[in-house]
Structure formats: C-alpha cells, structure tokens
Design a protein around this ligand. Structure first.
Ligand SMILES: Cc1cc2nc3c(=O)[nH]c(=O)nc-3n(C[C@H](O)[C@H](O)[C@H](O)COP(=O)(O)OP(=O)(O)OC[C@H]3O[C@@H](n4cnc5c(N)ncnc54)[C@H](O)[C@@H]3O)c2cc1C
Length: 380
C-alpha cells in the first residue's frame, strides 16, 4: 500500500476518493486551491438518476452509473455515521413526463432494456400520472415512472464528506492556491508546490480530481486532457410539502423538491469559459419550462439562482485510471453531468488502483490516455 496519497481537488470526486482511501487505511492529504465543495459539486441538483440520464443503451457508462447508485445506501450510511451530518438522501423515484405522442415512440425499447437492468420502470397514462403528481400540467399525456431513482442535497453531502474525511484523519489543505509545480522525486513520488502553501506537499501517489480544471495538468503529464467547463445555471422556487413528490424530468428541464422547502429547477447548458455568472437568458428558459410543466409555478418568483461548471470531456465519459507512463498518477476527472451519482464508484475504483487490486468494474472506456492516442494517430 502506498505511504502517502495526495488528492488534488476538493469537489465531490476528490473528497470521495480521499474518504474511500482513508477508510481503507491509507494516509491521505487533500489539496484544494479554493474552498472544498465550492465549485460544481456545491451547485449540483443532487440527482442520482442512471436510468433517466441514460435512455439509449446499457453501455459501459450506464453500467458505471448503475453500479454507483447501488452503492449509495452503504456510502451514505458510512458518511453520515462518520460525520454526524445529514445528507438528505431521499428515495423519491422519478417521472419523465411527455407532452407529445411522438415522444412515446422510443419508450418501449427503453423500458425493455432498462427493466432488464432492474429499473422496475413503467409507462403510466395521464390519469395515473395525475395521481402520482397532482400538480402536473394537463398537457402531460404520459410518463415513465422509475421508482428506484433518488437524490441527495449535494452541498450537505459535500460538507458531510469533508467532515467524515477529517474524522478519518485526512489532512485537508483548503485555500492552497493553484498548483505551481509538480516535480518528480529521485526515489519515486512527487513534490507539489502551490501558490499559497509555504511548504511543498510530498506524495507517493497523486490522484487528480480537478473537475473542469483538469486540462491544466496536460503540461505536467504530457497527456491530452480535453476537459471543458460547461456552465449549468439553476434556480429554486418556494415549495409546499408534497407539491412535487418525485424528481420530474421533461425534455427541457428537471425539478427536485428538497427538505428545506425549495424546489430546485435545472439546468441550462452553455459554454462560457470559467465564468459562473447567472444570466437572465439562462434562467428565463427554466422559468418558461416550469410554467409549462407545473402551471402553479407561474405565480412564483425564483428564490435563488446559481451556476456551476460541469467538467465535460470530448466523448462525454469521465477520465478514471492511471496516467500512462506515470504509474504514480491516477486521474478521476471529467464527470460532466453525473459526478454526484458517480462519486462512490469512482472512489472505489481509485482505491482499488491505489491498492493495486482488480477494479470493481472494467475501466478501459474511461482510460485517461484515450485522447492522447487519438492525437498521435492523427499526427502519424
Ligand atoms: C447546475 C449543475 C447541476 C448538476 N446536477 C447534477 C446532478 O443532479 N447529479 C449529478 O450526479 N451531477 C450533477 N451535476 C454534475 C456534478 O456537479 C459534477 O459532475 C461534479 O460536481 C464534478 O465533481 P468534481 O469534484 O470533479 O468537480 P468540482 O466540484 O468542480 O471540484 C473540482 C475542484 O478542483 C479544484 N481545482 C481547480 N483547479 C485545480 C487544480 N489545478 N488542481 C487541483 N484542483 C483544482 C476546484 O477548486 C474544485 O474545488 C451538476 C452540475 C451542475 C453545474
């Protein structure tokens, strides 16, 4: 087992990797340039929805998502016990609503393969839909009800993970500033210097969990890391008990009721570099969708508006695995729309790699070097 693990990045992925490595007995330091959970992970809606997010086929990404969902009950129990903090893990089930007959055409094949993977999903007609979600618009003609999908309150899960890490003895170096230098040491391992720390941090193994900023590591690892920030704008409304009972998805937006009396509605997708400004254009689209799907929201103003940067890769798949030619470095970045869902399985795979064990799932599709190979082929 490596002596000293350094995790770079304190979003949900970095905190989860640190937590899992520490609970398997490893010595871990986490280095975060700003505040842990201060970026995408603190902005997320917290949906754990592998079936609603993957409607086409049971590919390796779907299987990663599904495996992660199945780990959530044990994961949450451990995080809550070690932190003493609630995460608001709610098994609400989800409903994908449809407004047009044409939307129903692909549903049969979707239900068939998803139910083979344990979704227990069913197509519900307008009358049943109204029983499940009485406040839905009369224009909703049918829906897919998936009882096993869940959600958490992402900012609370991140805070609880941070506390659980501290309980396990993880050293968390927040506000460390950006990484200035990573130098290889003669005896193996690396020394990391950051803008704000007045001492280097030594590592036998590095785990890079830098979210939308992962591309900045290209210069140290000689690897093409095409991770780009995709801005997600999101808002919330006041929400009475039971007004929206499930996670509800339409083709334009989604709604998730939280215990704090807020209904979260997300999320736009646009390219704005590393800018997390909220725009009227982004939020107006969510407000229009809200009025169409839940007419009672027409009379409500948004209470809170915010934005975060999803770490997107060129092929939509995360980067999880060893950096080729640099066995001391593991990447766990680029989780795009599903980083909250994928945190337990990512942490488990990373800890398996650190322990040099066979990983819980095959990870070839997520190899960090896959874009570098493509660049080399294109050049030859
Ligand atoms: C509006 C919105 C809604 C979302 N809803 C959901 C959802 O419902 N369900 C779901 O599963 N996912 C959702 N996501 C996606 C999810 O939030 C992300 O996939 C996830 O947070 C990524 O986690 P991360 O730790 O990789 O990134 P982050 O949380 O962004 O953390 C990366 C960390 O790295 C730090 N950093 C920056 N530069 C460096 C550097 N050079 N070195 C080291 N660290 C660095 C940053 O300061 C940051 O703290 C949503 C995202 C958005 C924006």
């Amino acid at each position: 087992m490596p002596a000293q693990i350094v995790v770079l990045g304190g979003g949900i992925i970095g905190l989860s990797c640190a937590f899992e490595a520490a609970r398997r007995g490893m010595k871990v330091t986490l280095v975060e340039p700003g505040r842990s959970g201060g970026q995408a992970s603190g902005a997320a809606a917290g949906m754990l929805a592998p079936f609603s997010e993957n409607t086409e086929q049971p590919d390796s990404f779907f299987q990663l998502c599904l495996s992660s969902l199945s780990r959530y009950p044990e994961w949450i129990a451990a995080v809550e016990e070690l932190s003493g903090m609630p995460t608001e893990y709610i098994q609400s089930g989800s409903i994908n609503v449809f407004m047009h007959e044409a939307d129903l055409l692909p549903i049969e094949s979707r239900l068939q393969w998803q139910n083979n993977w344990g979704a227990k999903a069913e197509l519900v007609d307008a009358a049943r839909l109204r029983k499940l979600e009485p406040m839905l618009s009369a224009s909703a003609i049918a829906g897919v009800y998936t009882p096993g999908e869940c959600h958490v309150y992402a900012p609370k899960l991140v805070a609880a993970l941070e506390e659980a890490c501290r309980t396990l003895g993880v050293v968390i170096l927040d506000h460390a500033g950006f990484i200035e230098e990573i130098s290889s040491l003669a005896g193996g391992g690396a020394a990391i210097r950051t803008q704000a720390l007045d001492h280097p941090v030594f590592a036998d193994r590095l785990v890079v969990c830098a979210g939308a900023w992962a591309g900045s590591y290209e210069r140290w690892f000689g690897l093409s890391i095409p991770v780009h920030p995709i801005r997600g704008q999101i808002c919330s409304f006041d929400h009475g008990p039971d007004e929206v009972r499930h996670m509800v998805f339409s083709s334009q937006a989604y709604w998730v009721g939280k215990r704090n009396g807020r209904l979260v509605c997300g999320a736009s997708e646009d390219v704005a570099g590393f800018d997390t400004t909220v725009t009227d254009r982004g939020i107006d689209r969510l407000i229009r969708s809200s009025s169409r799907v839940f007419p009672f929201l027409q009379a409500r103003d948004t209470k809170h508006r915010w934005a975060g940067l999803r770490p997107a890769t060129r092929d939509g798949l995360p980067l999880i695995g060893h950096v080729e030619g640099n066995p001391a470095v593991i990447m766990a970045s680029g989780h795009y729309r599903n980083g909250i869902l994928l945190s337990p399985i990512t942490a488990s795979i990373v800890a398996d790699l650190l322990e040099e064990k066979v990983t819980a799932l095959p990870i070839q599709s997520f190899a960090p070097g896959r874009f570098t190979a493509a660049v080399n082929i294109a050049r030859s």
